[in-house]
Design a protein around this ligand. Structure first.
Ligand SMILES: [Zn+2]
Length: 73
């Protein structure tokens, strides 16, 4: 009888150990993706575009190189 109890306790301990290992998994996907990118506006045509796609020139922002040249000569 005590042998059975021992195995039961062993089983419970094993499950508890297993859960504690697998439980608090690192939430890698939890860091929220920055899908909302900073939007900027072209100085020439006024179109909104993500900052990463913008053309910068003399502290001003443009949607394309053509508009940059158009504005700055
Ligand atoms: Zn533009």
């Amino acid at each position: 009888m005590t042998k059975l109890l021992f195995f039961v306790l062993l089983g419970v301990a094993a499950v508890a150990w297993f859960k504690s290992r697998g439980g608090p998994r690192r939430d890698l996907g939890k860091s929220k993706p920055s899908e909302v990118e900073d939007m900027v506006r072209c100085q020439v045509c006024g179109i909104n575009l993500p900052r990463s796609e913008a053309i910068l020139g003399r502290g001003r922002i443009y949607c394309c190189d053509e508009h940059r040249r158009q504005d700055q000569g």
